[in-house]
Design a protein around this ligand. Structure first.
Ligand code: SF4
Length: 484
């Protein structure tokens, strides 16, 4: 599968996707399909755990794409049963380029039976928890923050697994959307702020949990609703969905970057089409940062809906000025230095006939380090563009994310050290404008924009206002934004 963005190394990366099914024959096959639809959330590795009433728990964890691993019949036959969960990962708190021991779902054997968990998000006090657990005798198998949850569950005195999980998660800070399973139960939990997504679907007599609705579509499941922030659902084939709220209630802080970039455009978030939100971001951008130009081009694919909105609102014609090679998969071998140096041209090409002599507005979803923006600008100029104007569908990314998204260190983020005008000079473009935070909130359906006293979303990577203090990072010397 080609990366979600052709310049993946200059983009923030979502860390994980989770999926689970109960109450259908050969649940693992549905999970494999669901994970395939969530592949954009993590391409490094994936795993599935299933349970069969007589054959017990089975697990397969592999590096690589879902389609390369979980499509072989012989492998899928090793994952029988009506209950299964799965996980795709990039890599986050675990080591980068990690070992198979870091690939989820993780499994724990407790006195009352086994349990497997798959976690999307990041535990911001994992280092402190791990130290404490190791001092008290826990033996960790992986370098992943998520394994803390299994060890906390093992130490809990509660009588059943869902209660042990609640106990464990009350000690955990940060972001978690979890899909877990016992021998008979599918469990879904979202952290009290609901930072990462999780939705509930119905498939025949069974149920599904998924990071995004696009993965429900692929298995023919119907969206029932989102799991609410702070909610735990315990689902069995016989009794259906039992819901409760084990955590102290807090005002939700869903990740606004899911709207901008991470989620697939065919997913629904908060009842809104992600595609429509992105298109609306383009509309807001055109109102906030108009420019005289001849052509609006997306940086494919993630800039496309915003470029469509920009073109519509501004009246400037829309065109595919950059064409992406759809077949640039990870299997492409770059055999020589000369070919490796071709870099972006392996992945994107400029539509010269369209660009030549035009004043071009390039719409992209974000600027992280800025390295790729410079290359794209140069390609457009080399193709004979008269002017290049960048319009960016997110505010300047000036702070790292500690809630399950891989971000460069703060000093590597262009916007952390430069003003907008300095970034424009650095990128050497005719103009550079980012959507405002208020404009982004309006596009996401908040008609009055951002509520600065209690923001409706997490937007810490733009604002520096972290809804959960990243305590491990603060202990390592990370400086929070000074109070204004
Ligand atoms: S810091 Fe940014 S990427 Fe991370 S959860 Fe918040 S909005 Fe999302």
């Amino acid at each position: 599968m080609p990366p979600a963005h052709p310049f993946d190394d200059d983009k923030l990366k979502e860390e994980c996707g989770v999926f689970g099914v109960v109450g259908v024959a050969d649940a693992a096959n549905f999970v494999a399909l669901g994970l395939h639809a969530l592949q954009h959330r993590g391409q490094e590795a994936g795993g599935i755990v299933s349970h069969h009433p007589t054959e017990g728990f089975n697990s397969v964890r592999r590096f690589g794409y879902v389609r390369d691993n979980f499509t072989r019949q012989s492998l899928m036959e090793t994952l029988p049963g009506p209950l299964a969960i799965g996980h795709v990962r990039y890599s986050t708190a675990g080591s980068k380029g990690a070992a198979i021991r870091d690939v989820q779902p993780f499994f724990g054997e407790f006195a009352m039976g086994g349990a497997a968990i798959a976690h999307n998000g990041n535990i911001t006090n994992a280092i402190a928890l791990r130290r404490e657990l190791i001092e008290r005798g826990s033996i960790f198998q992986s370098s992943s923050d998520s394994e803390c949850i299994i060890h906390l569950m093992a130490r809990s005195l509660q009588r059943n697994i869902p209660e042990r999980m609640e106990d464990a998660l009350r000690r955990v800070e940060g972001a978690f959307s979890i899909v877990a399973m016992t021998r008979t139960k599918l469990i879904g939990v979202r952290d009290p702020l609901g930072v990462r997504p999780l939705v509930l679907g119905k498939i025949g007599d069974g149920w599904a949990l998924s990071s995004e609705t696009c993965a429900l579509d692929i298995i023919g499941a119907e969206l029932v609703r989102e799991i609410e922030p702070g909610e735990m659902v315990v689902i069995t084939a016989d009794d259906g969905v039992q819901s409760h709220f084990p955590f102290r209630k807090q005002s939700p802080k869903f990740c606004i970057f899911e709207h901008v970039y991470f989620s697939r455009p065919d997913s629904i978030i908060g009842g809104r089409s992600v595609y429509e939100t992105r298109r609306q971001i383009g509309v807001e951008l055109a109102r906030e940062a108009p420019v005289e130009a001849d052509l609006v081009c997306p940086v494919p694919d993630s800039g496309t809906p915003a470029a469509i909105g920009f073109a519509h609102e501004s009246g400037i014609p829309y065109g595919m000025g950059i064409i992406r090679n759809q077949y640039m998969g990870r299997t492409f071998i770059e055999p020589t230095e000369q070919i490796r140096n071709m870099g972006v041209r392996l992945k994107l090409n400029v539509n010269r006939a369209l660009i030549r002599g035009k004043r071009v507005v390039l719409v992209d979803d974000s600027v992280v380090r800025g390295t790729t923006s410079r290359k794209i600008k140069q390609m457009i100029l080399d193709a004979g563009a008269a002017e290049v104007h960048f319009r960016i569908a997110s505010p300047p990314t000036a702070w790292p994310c500690f809630y399950g998204v891989d971000t460069p260190q703060r000093e590597k983020l262009l916007a952390a050290t430069m003003s907008e005008e300095e970034m424009r000079e650095h990128l050497a473009v005719d103009s550079l404008k980012f959507i405002s935070l208020d404009g982004l909130y309006r596009a996401a359906g908040e008609a009055s924009g951002r509520n600065n006293s209690c923001p409706q979303y997490c937007d810490a990577c733009f604002s520096g206002e972290y809804p959960v203090a990243p305590s491990d990072m603060i202990a390592k010397g990370f400086q929070l934004k000074a109070a204004e």
